[in-house]
Ligand binder design. Structure first.
Ligand code: FMN
Length: 359
């Protein structure tokens, strides 16, 4: 057993724009599908986040900024007063424990079954993702979405602005724009999902245009220092494909670096050569998640931060099973094992009943 020394890079505070974190072990965004059909996160969700407030920063589960942006069953939203009130309770609970929390705004785009949202999905192009999705009627193939009309684009920007404004009104520390893992913003960036012939498709600059517009508009509304963004270049989650895996990201980062955003959150294998390029294209705080292939260990996380590959790491599955992960990593104590069968949906079991060291 090796205790982390108080000088460990993982235990140092970090300034993420306007957000001050007390350590560099962040909780990755994790969809858990425990909110009601109305997208209101209730007391169970409040308790789940309260338990995990020891993370330097909690990035919440993907949260729809509009009804049509809902992908999976029982995900929370942030577009009604009731949902906002639920998030206000979460913000209070996390702050009461000395933690910080941003909400991840996730518009699912084409990765949405009408049985879940009650609406026809919208996306840059009418191309189905080619995957199945869990619905209340079982697993079903996702149908092709409707292409977003040119005059609807401004509305998409607006829903991100409105949800971000609600996040700040609810007392959250900021927002993370979800431009990763095959959802709407990634669909615009990716040439496999975006076949538009207008100014939002085609060249890398055009594919990055909507994301840049949303970043700018949300920053103008709530302050860039409270806005983070997540990308997953080359990732293939939810049926996304990119022939040009770098162009749109270079176009995106060259336009949003220098706006003073809170952070860039990258989901990529730590050995991927593109990681170094992204790091050098970004002058602000950098947050890394090393992806699904291998779960990040404490020693790996410490090396990534001490080698300045990243300023902070986000950790997903270990936080599901270890609410006090930072304490456990600090004292090098045994970890609980996550139970995959309770990742999505259900109640308290596998959600708020993982033991902490202090009981
Ligand atoms: C149950 C589960 C739900 C997830 N939900 C989200 C999500 O809502 N938004 C997101 O950006 N990533 C999501 N991810 C990806 C995680 O943020 C993270 O990138 C992934 O789990 C790999 O990190 P890990 O090895 O530390 O778990 C999810 C992953 C899991 C296992």
């Amino acid at each position: 057993m090796t205790e982390l020394s108080p000088e460990s890079p993982l235990l140092q505070p970090l300034e993420l724009g306007d957000i001050h974190t007390r350590n560099r072990v962040f909780m990755a965004p994790l969809t858990r599908s425990r909110s009601g059909d109305d997208g209101v996160p209730g007391d169970l969700v409040v308790e789940y986040y309260r338990q995990r407030a020891g993370a330097g920063l909690i990035v919440s589960e993907g949260t729809q900024p509009s009804a049509v942006g809902k992908g999976y069953t029982n995900t929370p939203g942030l577009h009604t007063d009731e949902q906002q009130a639920g998030w206000a309770k979460i913000a209070d609970a996390v702050h009461g424990e000395g933690g910080k929390i941003v909400v991840q705004l996730m518009h699912a785009g084409r990765v949405s079954h009408p049985d879940n949202s009650g609406l026809e999905a919208i996306a840059p192009s009418a191309i189905a993702p080619g995957i199945e999705m869990f619905t209340k009627g079982g697993s079903k193939e996702i149908p092709a979405p409707r292409e977003i009309a040119a005059d609807e684009i401004a509305r998409v920007v607006d829903v991100f602005v409105d949800a971000s404004t609600r996040a700040i009104e609810a007392g959250l520390d900021g927002v993370e724009l979800h431009a990763a893992n095959g959802y709407l913003l990634h669909q615009f960036l990716a040439d496999g999902a975006n076949h538009r012939t207008d100014s939002y498709g085609g060249s890398p600059e055009n594919r990055a245009r909507l994301v840049v517009e949303i970043v700018r508009a949300v920053s103008a509304a709530i302050g860039a220092g409270r806005v983070g963004i997540r990308i997953s270049p080359g990732g293939t989650a939810s049926g996304i494909t990119e022939d040009d895996t770098t162009g749109a990201y270079e176009a995106l980062l060259s336009q949003i670096d220098g706006l003073g955003l809170s952070y860039l959150h990258v989901l990529i294998d730590a050995e991927d050569p593109f990681l170094g390029k992204l790091r050098s294209a970004w002058s602000g705080p950098f947050v890394l998640n090393t992806g699904f292939a291998a779960v990040t260990t404490r020693d790996k996380a410490e090396k990534l931060v001490s080698d300045e590959i990243t300023d902070a790491v986000t950790v997903g599955r270990p936080f599901i099973a270890n609410p006090d992960l930072v304490t456990r990593w600090t004292h090098d104590t045994e970890l609980n094992t996550p139970d995959e069968s309770t990742f999505y949906g259900g109640g308290a079991e596998g959600y708020i009943d993982y033991p902490s060291l202090e009981g």
